[in-house]
Design a protein around this ligand. Structure first.
Ligand code: HEM
Length: 486
C-alpha cells in the first residue's frame, strides 16, 4: 500500500499535525516543551533511519525484470521455472560494487555484484554472482581477511596498497582474478554493459535424480563497454552515481537492458577426472571443454519505487535454492551458504524474508517460524508446529538436490588438486588472449597500484606471481614498476 500524498500531515500515530515549521516553546522565546510530540518523534525517527550497510557490496542499484526460458533443459534440472520454453518468471536484480561504502562512487575498479532473485512458484531462487567468472580466493575461511585488505585500514582509515598487495601476493590463487580486474573489464562503463556470472559451480538435478554440475553466464545484449582508468577517475568525481543513474534512466526511457543466459553443463561422472578441480572458484571451465549453451533471456523492465525499501532492504542468499538446484562442494560456496542469512538477520532483522521485495511472489512462505522483531502476524492463529494433526504445512520428504559422495577423515583439507591445477596457468592464458593495447593498459593499471606499495619485498612478491603466469607479463610489469618507483 502506498501512503496518500494529499490530506493533512499526521504524526506516526495518524493524528493531524498543526505546525510542522515551529516547535512548541514555553512562551515566546522560551525553551522547547517535551509535550511537542511532532518534534520529538521526528528527531527520534530520523536518528534511526539507517540500518547497517552491507559489510561488502554496500553500494548498489536494483531493478525488477523478467526471465524467459528459451531452450529445453528438463533433461538437466527439474526446477519448475525452467520447465518449458517460453515460461516467464519475475526477477529482481541488484548490482553493486564490492569494496566501497554506501556513498562511494560507482566508476571504480572493483568487481560488480550481480545478485539475481527469481520469484519462482517453488520459492525464491537467488543466484548471487559477480561480473567476473572467477574470484580471488577459494576458501571461505580467507574471506574476512581478504575483505579487510580491500576496505579501510584500521590506522589510516583508507584503503592501503600495502595491505592489498601483501594479501594478494601471499595468496597466489588470486593471480587470475587480479589479472582480470586490472584488465579492460575491471571498470565497466555501466551495469548494463557488463556480463554476469554465477561464478561458482552449482548442482542441477533432473526428475530422475541425475546430477549435473553447471556454471551460469549472463551475456549482456547491450555489448561490453568499459572505462579506462582516466575516464573512470573523471566520472567518479563528476557523477558518483553514474551506474545507478544510467540503469534507472535507461529503464525510464523504455530501453530495457537484457542478458542472454547460458550454462556450461558437466555430467557429474566427469568431475573427478576433469583437468581442473571443477569446484575451484579461481578457475574457469574453458569453453572448448564445456561449451556454453543458451537457456534463457533476462530483461530488466521496472524500477523500484523506493530505494530503501526495495534495494537497501533487499536480501539475496546463495542458500536460497529451489527443487532441482543445489550447491556444489566448492568451499567458498559452502561458507557463503551460512554467511548471507546471518548477515540478513543482523542487517535487516529476523523478518527480512517477509518484506515485499524479499518474500516469494509466485508462492507463499509456509513456515512454523514465528514472531521476532516487527513480525506482521501473517500466520494469524494457525498452529506453529509440525507434525500436526490439523492439516498444517508438512515436510515433503524429497530433498531439493541430490546427495554427493564423500570419503576420508575430517580435517582442514585443501580442496583436491586435479591434473592441471595451479594458481598461474589460467592467469597466463588470460594475459596471452589480450591484444597488445590491452596488455599495455593492464601493465599500466597494475604497475600504478603496485608502485604505491611501501615495501620492496611485497612489490617483488606481487610481480613474481604475474611472472609465473607469463614471463613477459612479469618482465613488463617489473620494468613499469621500477620506472614509477624511480
Ligand atoms: C566465502 C566468501 C564470501 C562471503 C563470506 C561473502 C559474504 C557476503 C556478505 C556477508 C554480504 C552482505 C550480505 C547482506 O548484507 O545482505 C555479501 C554480499 C554480496 N556478495 Fe558475497 N561473500 C563471499 C563471496 C562472494 C562471491 C564469490 C561472490 C560472487 C561470485 C559474492 C557476491 C556477493 C554479492 C553480489 C553481494 C551483494 C548482494 C546484494 O546485492 O545484496 N560474494 N557477501
Amino acid at each position: 500500500m502506498t501512503v496518500q500524498e494529499t490530506g493533512p500531515l499526521t504524526t506516526e500515530a495518524g493524528a493531524p499535525v498543526a505546525d510542522n515549521q515551529n516547535s512548541e516553546t514555553a512562551g515566546l522565546g522560551g525553551p522547547v516543551l517535551v509535550q511537542d510530540q511532532q518534534l520529538l518523534e521526528k528527531l527520534a525517527r530520523f536518528n534511526r533511519e539507517r540500518i547497517p550497510e552491507r559489510v561488502v557490496h554496500a553500494r548498489g542499484a536494483g531493478a525488477y525484470g523478467t526471465f524467459t526460458v528459451t531452450s529445453d533443459v528438463t533433461k538437466y534440472t527439474r526446477a519448475k521455472f525452467l520447465s518449458e520454453v517460453g515460461k516467464q518468471t519475475e526477477t529482481f536484480l541488484r548490482f553493486s560494487t564490492v569494496a566501497g561504502n554506501l556513498g562511494a562512487a560507482d566508476a571504480v575498479r572493483d568487481p560488480r555484484g550481480f545478485a539475481l532473485k527469481f520469484y519462482t512458484e517453488e520459492g525464491n531462487y537467488d543466484l548471487v554472482g559477480n561480473n567476473t567468472p572467477v574470484f580471488f580466493i577459494k576458501d571461505a575461511v580467507k574471506f574476512p581477511d581478504f575483505i579487510h585488505t580491500q576496505k579501510r585500514d584500521p590506522y589510516t582509515g583508507s584503503q592501503e596498497a600495502d595491505n592489498v598487495w601483501d594479501f594478494w601476493s601471499l595468496s597466489p590463487e588470486s593471480t587470475h582474478q587480479v589479472t582480470w580486474l586490472f584488465g579492460d573489464r575491471g571498470i565497466p562503463a555501466s551495469y548494463r554493459h557488463m556480463n554476469g556470472y554465477g561464478s561458482h559451480t552449482y548442482q542441477w538435478t533432473n526428475e530422475a535424480d541425475e546430477v549435473f554440475w553447471v556454471k551460469y553466464h549472463f551475456k549482456t545484449d547491450q555489448g561490453i563497454r568499459n572505462l579506462t582508468q582516466g575516464e573512470a577517475n573523471r566520472i567518479a568525481g563528476e557523477d558518483p552515481d553514474s551506474h545507478q543513474r544510467d540503469l534507472r534512466e535507461a529503464i525510464e526511457r523504455g530501453e530495457f537492458p537484457s542478458w542472454t543466459v547460458q550454462v556450461q553443463i558437466m555430467p557429474a561422472a566427469e568431475a573427478a577426472a576433469y583437468r581442473f578441480n571443477p569446484f575451484d572458484l579461481t578457475k574457469v571451465w574453458p569453453h572448448e571443454d564445456y561449451p556454453p549453451i543458451e537457456i534463457g533471456r533476462l530483461e530488466l523492465n521496472r524500477n523500484p519505487q523506493n530505494v530503501f525499501a526495495e534495494v537497501e532492504q533487499s536480501i539475496f542468499s546463495p542458500a536460497h535454492f529451489v527443487p532441482g538446484i543445489g550447491p556444489s562442494p566448492d568451499k567458498m560456496l559452502q561458507g557463503r551458504l551460512f554467511a548471507y542469512g546471518d548477515a540478513h538477520r543482523y542487517r535487516v532483522g529476523i523478518n527480512a524474508d517477509h518484506l515485499p521485495v524479499n518474500r516469494p511472489h509466485a508462492t507463499e512462505a509456509r513456515t512454523h517460524g514465528r514472531d521476532g522483531a516487527l513480525y506482521d502476524g501473517r500466520h494469524g492463529g494457525a498452529r506453529n508446529y509440525e507434525p500436526n494433526s490439523f492439516g498444517g504445512p508438512a515436510q515433503t520428504g524429497r530433498p531439493l538436490w541430490s546427495a554427493t559422495a564423500v570419503t576420508g577423515y575430517t580435517g582442514n583439507h585443501e580442496a583436491p588438486s586435479h591434473a592441471e591445477d595451479d594458481d598461474f596457468a589460467q592467469a597466463g592464458d588470460l594475459y596471452r588472449l589480450m591484444s597488445e593495447e590491452e596488455r599495455e593498459r593492464l601493465v599500466a593499471n597494475l604497475s600504478g597500484f603496485i608502485a604505491k606499495v611501501s615495501r620492496d619485498d611485497i612489490a617483488e612478491r606481487a610481480i613474481g606471481n604475474f611472472r609465473r603466469a607469463d614471463e613477459e607479463f612479469g618482465k613488463r610489469l617489473e620494468a613499469a614498476v621500477q620506472a614509477l618507483r624511480g
